[in-house]
Write a new protein. Structure first.
Lengths: 320, 281
């Protein structure tokens, strides 16, 4: 009785050796579904943006009018606003973020560095709508009352700091995005800096360099590709960021040199107008904007990943 | 050759400057937290947690339906996204070949980098258009599409971290590969995998953009087949409204959302860190 049971049990288990194939197949199907979802995403965006592509052609990207009533759709103001706010954000967040990364990787005692890195990671986890909430009730009034009048008084001779101080606009969106991209710049730059071999630092210090000279002339140049990668990663985040920007950009589809002026970004116009879009061309032109945003961000992301991978490869070669 | 005094001074100035950068970025977190507690803390009461939203000007409205809606949609996303991501990750780490795995990894990273608003459009074409109405289901699917690549990559990462010796030991005892994976490798990496999943769920729980035109919003209780309110969308709508008492509600909802996200993040990381130190000791 017990022998028979054992034999049956044995044959059951030996049959399940074929379970390897079943497990392989099942997990393969799930992995393949990721592939399928991504391909489907691109295909759906392409298909549903069809009416806009056939009606508007390449002129879509150069048109500056956005007038749903007269069926005029030009993407230029949105592309301009997206790039302007993202570049503005990086101009602020890259120097500050790199400074913080240098402090955390090179100068701070390990316990302090770990605590601060943890806080920076938490900052990355804060939902974007909360950044928007804070920006609209604190940053915007501050800019309107103090920031923009001050900039106009001191730097008003430049075309970027003219016009009425509204608070909302490119400057507010850029500043909000700067805060939101800090964590990405810091986290990736810090990792690249930590991958620099210790002997590089020691060699510089042995030649009589100060701590700062070793950092700025040896360590940072060594990690430059990874740092550049972090900049691209932050750029991708900034380009695709929706909620916080939508809340402070001012929602005005026009191109202004002044940073005080209200503008619009690709993500913001989709968020605002998608549910209200009537007519096939209107709706599909919004989807085409989404497709453009998608293409820009995947290119920037790919560049970022390439740079980060390039540095870690270089690091391992040196290590070995 | 510059003089030593100048070089030393520059050294200290720049070191202090990088310290100031760090202080500035870290203090932002406390500013956010402080502002939300100061502005939102007053408005969180029993009504806020249990009542439906009311028109501006009336006292005692709450956000119960938005909290339930968020929980429903995030739960739905977890139900769809976590198994797909997990099993896909197991494939990449344990069964995958070269070319196909590379392709899956690449596509997952690509999907991970897609702006959340574009995910919203995708879920709209996938679910809302065929169903002809907005629904919590569509919102949950949108969030699950964001959750899949996050789970996939973190699962793979933690599985790869399991030492070879463990696998080889189990294989040497004659266990088939699927059994090695299911009873040795996955349990060894479980703590990390779960942490990755919790962090992923916390991240999609705060997303607004994918819900704007999938789940839409709702002033009342709803099931998954109807437009569904969620905390992030509620915050967005209330913050942009012109009413002071709605602004107060937005602050309170923001505080609830942030507290949820931070508590999940901190506890997940704490569990992970503790696990590693226990293994080392």
């Amino acid at each position: 009785m017990s022998v028979g049971k054992a034999r049956r049990k044995g044959s059951f288990w030996s049959n399940l050796h074929k379970g390897d194939e079943i497990a392989h197949l099942v997990t393969f199907l799930f992995a393949a579904s990721v592939l399928l979802v991504t391909v489907l995403l691109v295909a759906e965006l392409w298909r549903t943006s069809g009416p806009s592509r056939t009606h508007l052609g390449w002129g879509f990207f150069f048109g500056t009018d956005w007038d749903a009533v007269n069926d005029k759709f030009g993407a230029a103001p949105f592309i301009y606003g997206t790039i302007l706010t993202s570049v503005l954000a990086l101009l602020i967040s890259v120097p500050l973020g790199l400074g913080a990364a240098i402090f955390l990787a090179e100068l701070a005692p390990p316990r302090l560095a770990n605590a601060c890195t943890f806080l920076v990671e938490l900052l990355a986890a804060v939902p974007s709508v909360i950044y928007g909430l804070l920006a609209i009730f604190t940053l915007v009034p501050l800019l309107r009352e103090y920031g923009e009048p001050f900039l106009r008084k001191t730097l008003g001779f430049l075309p970027w700091f003219r016009g009425p101080a509204l608070g909302i606009g490119f400057l507010a969106a850029g500043l909000t995005l700067a805060v939101m991209t800090f964590p990405y710049v810091i986290a990736i730059s810090r990792e690249s800096l930590l991958e620099v071999p210790q002997d590089q630092r020691e060699a510089a210090l042995a030649l009589g360099a100060t701590r700062w000279e070793s950092t700025s002339q040896v360590v940072v140049p060594y990690a430059r590709l990874g740092i550049l990668g972090s900049v691209f990663l932050a750029l991708a985040r900034a380009l695709g960021e929706t909620m916080a920007v939508t809340m402070v950009i001012g929602n005005n589809p026009s191109i202004h040199a002044s940073l005080f002026a209200p503008g619009y970004t690709i993500a913001a116009v989709i968020a605002n107008e998608f549910t209200e879009a009537t007519g096939a061309v209107y709706l599909s032109s919004l989807i085409e904007l989404g497709l453009v945003l998608f293409l820009i961000t995947i290119i920037v992301n790919a560049l970022a990943r390439l740079l980060v991978v390039a540095t870690s490869r270089k690091g391992t070669v040196h290590g070995a | 050759m510059r003089r030593m005094g100048f070089r030393k001074a520059l050294n200290y100035v720049m070191m202090a400057a990088t310290g100031a950068c760090t202080l500035l970025t870290v203090s932002i977190l406390f500013v956010i937290l402080g502002y939300l507690v100061y502005n939102g803390g007053k408005s969180i009461d029993w009504n806020f947690l249990t009542k439906l939203p009311l028109p501006p000007g009336s006292e005692g409205g709450g956000m119960a339906n938005a909290m339930l809606g968020s929980a429903t949609m995030v739960g739905l996303a977890a139900l769809i996204g976590l198994p797909i991501g997990f099993l896909g990750g197991v494939y990449l780490a344990e069964f995958g070949g070269k070319t196909f795995s590379f392709l899956v990894r690449y596509m997952a990273d690509l999907l991970n980098g897609v702006p959340s608003i574009v995910i919203g459009i995708f879920a709209w074409t996938l679910v809302v258009v065929p169903m002809r109405h907005y629904s919590g289901l569509a919102g949950g699917i949108a969030l699950s599409i964001m959750l899949i690549p996050i789970t996939l990559r973190s699962t793979e990462q933690f599985l790869i971290g399991v030492p070879r010796a463990l696998r080889e030991g189990a294989l040497a005892l004659g266990a088939p590969k699927w059994k090695v994976v299911a009873t040795v490798v996955v349990p060894a990496a479980m703590r990390g995998i779960l942490t990755g999943m919790i962090l992923g769920v916390a991240r999609v729980a705060g997303e607004t953009a994918p819900l704007l035109f999938t789940a839409l919003n709702n002033q009342f209780w709803s099931n998954v087949n109807e437009p569904t309110a969620s905390l992030p969308v509620m915050i967005y709508k209330l913050a942009l409204s012109p009413y002071d008492d709605w602004h107060r509600q937005a602050w309170a909802a923001g505080l609830v959302l942030l507290a949820m996200v931070l508590v999940t993040n901190i506890s997940a990381r704490w569990i992970l860190a503790r696990g590693i130190s226990v293994q080392k000791g």
